[in-house]
Design a protein around this ligand. Sequence first.
Ligand code: GUN
Ligand code: ZN
Length: 435
Amino acid sequence: MGRETGEMQDAALLSGRVLIWDGAPLREGPGAARIEDDWAVAIRDGRIAALGPAGELRRAHPDLPETRYGRDLICPGFVDAHVHYPQTRIIASWGKRLIDWLETYTFPEEMRFDDPAYARAVADSYLDLTRAAGTTCVASYCTSHPASVDAFFEAAEARGQRVFAGKTCMDRNAPEALCDTAQSALDDSAALLARWHGRGRASYVITPRFSPTSSPEQLEALGALWAQHPDCLMQTHLSEQTDEIAWVAQLFPEARDYLDTYERFGLLGAGGLYGHAIHLTPREVDRLAEVGAAVIHCPTSNTFIGSGLFDMAGLVARGLRLGLATDTGGGSSFSMLRTMAAAYEIGQLRGHALHAAELMWLATAGSAETLGMAGKIGTLAPGAEADLCVLDLASTPAIAQRAARAEDAWEEVFATIMLGDDRAVRDTWIGGRRG
Ligand code: GUN
Ligand code: ZN
């Protein structure tokens, strides 16, 4: 494999097979995607300058140092639309369902993030692990400690990486050491937003954990903050497990349903990212669709914690924007390849087989759309930011023997989705630099 890239910063020519979106395969069908052989991507100043047949691009950009990827697939970097970086060290913890899992594993680990040095060490290791898995952008929850937010944004800034993140707000039903108050959550969130939102590639996300751990006063305060900053996204959890939904009904007896616990406090809108959204009522689906909200599918988490089967086809039919996510560490993998495989399997259990083009689109452009980044990331197109991932479609003997039998490139891609992991990721490029 060519490694002849020179030292010119943020500028390069990558040649190989190139994945192109002509539309949105999840909505328009697999024909809205193409894989071009012997193409190239020209990168200048951290952005994609041009795409086309490799010979033409070499002639047009003779100054650019070329990396030849041969039969590898050059794709947009993966966009993981819902993660908890502080759960990196408790991923794959055994035997619990959501509420027990939070109390047994998650909350004790999140308590460690009162130490800024610990937070930075985990942020660094999280971003290294995910870059090795081809992920170039994430939307992360931090902990309730403001320093955990600074640590994450600083670690991302050092890598030139586009990230979305926010302080997790929670003022009840959690250990004292993790609880803030309605007022401190508002003040800390507002200060972090002012410090980070729009600084370089950072975006602040208003982050109430979920309605069981926020008082009505806290939800109201965060709704008011969002109204003051409508260009910010808001992320939370919705209808992940049936026990959780029953608990929400007890805590908010006046609410019509789980979504209403957000809606009544100004926390429902087009910039809302609702993680999981498995057990939705018809009213909830109608309201999510009416306001143009985004729903984030976390398939490895949904099987690992035993949450249920997401209704991809039903929600696509309603026109909802959908993203794909690992939900680290409720999810069982850092890899968006493993996550696509789990989405495929859940689709099968609901009678809907997702095509490789649909899965790759969800993991890149689909997630980017939910983050308000359509056309900027998640796509290889002129003007887009040069966040890319290069996949070796024969990375292990098992995959190589299956790929050799493939009748077209999509069959090869599907084998890597189902059988691949970070060994399939040849290179990750962030802002035009190879990481
Ligand atoms: N609901 C509230 N907090 C969490 C969390 O940390 N992970 C998951 N999967 N669900 C949640
Ligand atoms: Zn989550």
